[in-house]
Design a protein around this ligand. Structure first.
Ligand code: HPA
Length: 261
């Protein structure tokens, strides 16, 4: 089954016919909220608002482990994250979309693994390609079917937040090769890999990153909100297209590159 993790601007899915909500208890604490079970165009999906129903949980306090564990416990096989980003690549003006294929993790102090408690030998899981290619392809097909152009690939810089960046920080991210910057990509993508979920993100550029384009002197929250409102309507069709695909069994974590320390 498909799960949708909604980020900023997507705390609920108006197109979703809700069947029920379920509070899931996890060994890692509380998820961001109850899971919403429902149907998009007759196809079952589970929806979770990453920042909570009222958007009250900042990126550095999201319980990523509980969220991912909760989804996996409900027979989810595939996850799409809808993630707002600041655009750094010239093709990522506000309102543009991307399906990134790489991540650089600049976050700190977050719980980054399910394997904390010494129950299993330490393994170093392959993360060369951090997103599940099957889910990336599905996102691309769903976007194309909806008539949306998008950047296929690109490097997502995952930063700590909740503040936006300085111009110098964005200059550094650009030098590092990043194309877009957001606050929630990690450890979410890695935890999904660790637990065997096929995970990809649709990144929505909601502003030029600090010091770029019309953000040269600052980033206006009004611009972010207006862009979010405009784009989220378009994404509904994309998510319905994704829900219409058939989803098989969860993909087991890749073993390539594992070594036992
Ligand atoms: N920086 C970091 N995260 C973001 C931004 C940004 O400019 N826009 C939306 N999420």
């Amino acid at each position: 089954m498909l799960a949708i993790i909604g980020g900023t601007g997507l705390t609920q899915l108006p197109a979703l016919t809700i069947t029920h909500r379920q509070v899931i208890r996890t060994p890692y604490g509380e998820p961001s909220g109850p899971l919403t079970f429902g149907e998009l165009d007759g196809h079952p999906v589970i929806f979770l608002a990453r920042h909570g129903h009222g958007h009250t949980i900042p990126p550095h306090l999201v319980n990523y482990r509980a969220n991912i564990w909760a989804l996996q416990s409900q027979k989810v096989s595939h996850v799409v994250s809808v993630a707002s980003v600041g655009g750094m690549h010239p093709d990522l003006a506000p309102g543009c979309l991307a399906v990134p294929d790489q991540i650089i993790d600049y976050t700190h102090g977050r719980e980054t693994t399910f394997a904390d408690y010494g129950e299993k030998p330490v393994t170093h899981l392959d993360f060369t390609w951090p997103y599940c290619e099957d889910m990336r392809q599905r996102c691309g097909a769903a976007l194309t079917k909806a008539g949306e152009g998008f950047m296929n690939g690109g490097i997502y810089a995952s930063v700590q937040g909740p503040r936006l960046e300085t111009k110098a920080e964005i200059d550094r991210l650009v030098k590092d090769g990043a194309d877009m910057v957001g606050m929630t990509g990690m450890p979410e993508a890695y935890l999904a890999r660790e637990i065997g979920l096929c995970y990809a993100a649709i990144a929505v550029s909601v502003n030029w990153a600090a010091g770029r384009g019309d953000s040269s002197t600052g980033i206006s929250p009004d611009v972010i909100e207006a862009t979010l409102n405009a784009v989220m309507g378009r994404l509904r069709t994309v998510l319905v297209n994704l829900a219409c695909m058939s989803y098989g069994a969860p993909i087991p974590p890749r073993n390539g590159g594992v070594c036992t320390a």
